[in-house]
Design a binder for this molecule. Structure first.
Ligand code: SF4
Length: 354
């Protein structure tokens, strides 16, 4: 896919880069040099292992990914970094880098905005502007690697979560392309085991993904124990029932051997009573799964609130008592608008008010 008239080298597999080099009439080993430079996040003009005339020919048609870090915010609370990226066509997306003892995890975006309309999410407030290409999703990882590598050459992204703005399964082909690109031996070689993908539950695509032989961890944004409550906060619940989502999850577990993670944002007065916990436990009992409980990160534009600490703790304890594997997800980067979509929106607002 072209972005402002350019193709993305980061979006090409090794054999496709070889095809580009062949078409230019250059020697085959130049393709490897391009791949190595792309892996480092170099722009075409920075690919100094190539002769100037190849760089010149490439630059007419190609850029690396067009993804650049415009702004970086570092949390004073936990060293989480939030990046505001600009794309080659001027659109903005955001990414979060979380530092853990076992390595850095990057949360990438898959669309500019999102059309799923979840009521607790800032990413969807202006709808979906466009899908990102596989090369642009990879470009977020390349730019983050380059940024953190400047401070510490041994630091790089170890794990990737597709949980930024966008519904990954609503951009299925480009997301699958990204998953295969990032996994390439000649590329960043990040294993599917180090990748998690969230979905609000687009059931047919969950089956398709299970059949792709890319066993990423699937994280299903459930957020409700029954369809009635789910419809209040997630419009997708009008298309797919919890029963169908659970059936698709069981298929995913069978095909990939991976447990499924259920994300459950606690919204005060909506989905976090002890009865809600009991109903959730009854749906998940006996399943190879884990529940991530997340006290809602309030979004100003919506009238949905974080529950009290005691409500959160009681909800978690109720699941534990029912022998459901559950943890509370650590809220990271609260001081830098860590929730998805907040930073991009506030930046667009700032720009408009100038
Ligand atoms: S939570 Fe995910 S699927 Fe729902 S609107 Fe936000 S980005 Fe889209």
């Amino acid at each position: 896919m072209e972005i402002n008239g350019k193709l993305l080298l980061a979006g090409l597999f090794a054999d496709e880069i070889a095809g580009v080099i062949e078409a230019l009439g250059e020697k085959a080993y130049r393709a490897k040099q391009i791949q190595q430079a792309v892996n480092k996040g170099c722009e075409v003009e920075e690919m100094l292992s190539l002769p100037g005339k190849i760089r010149e020919s490439l630059s007419h048609r190609y850029i690396t990914s067009g993804v650049k870090i415009d702004k970086c915010y570092v949390s004073a609370l936990d060293c989480t970094e939030k990046y505001l990226y600009s794309l080659y066509d001027g659109n903005l997306i955001e990414c979060v880098l979380m530092k853990y003892k076992y390595g850095s995890t990057l949360c990438v975006s898959t669309q500019v905005g999102c059309r799923m309309g979840c009521r607790f999410c800032a990413s969807t407030l202006d709808g979906c502007v466009r899908n990102l290409t596989g090369g642009e999703i990879l470009g977020q990882v390349l730019a983050a690697n380059r940024h953190i590598g400047e401070k510490d050459p041994n630091d790089k992204v170890h794990n990737i979560v597709l949980m930024g703005s966008g519904e990954p399964l609503d951009n299925y082909d480009e997301v699958v392309r990204f998953l295969r690109l990032v996994n390439q031996k000649d590329g960043l070689n990040i294993s599917s085991r180090n990748i998690s993908m969230s979905t609000c539950g687009i059931v047919p695509k969950m089956y398709s993904l299970a059949d792709e032989d890319i066993p990423v961890t699937l994280c299903v944004s459930l957020h409700a124990p029954n369809d009635e409550i789910r419809k209040q906060i997630m419009p997708i619940a009008n298309a797919y029932s919890i029963k169908d989502i659970i059936k698709a999850c069981r298929y995913y577990i069978r095909k990939t051997g991976r447990r499924v993670i259920f994300e459950y944002a606690l919204v005060d007065g909506v989905n976090c009573s002890p009865a809600n916990a009991a109903e959730l436990a009854s749906i998940l009992r006996g399943m190879q799964c884990h529940v991530n409980v997340i006290p809602l990160n309030s979004v100003k534009e919506r009238n949905l609130n974080t529950p009290a600490e005691t409500t959160t703790n009681k909800f978690i304890d109720a699941l534990k008592n029912e022998h459901i594997s559950v943890t509370r997800r650590r809220e990271m980067g609260d001081d830098i608008q860590g929730a998805c979509g907040q930073l991009r929106r506030s930046h667009i607002r700032e720009d408009k008010s100038r």
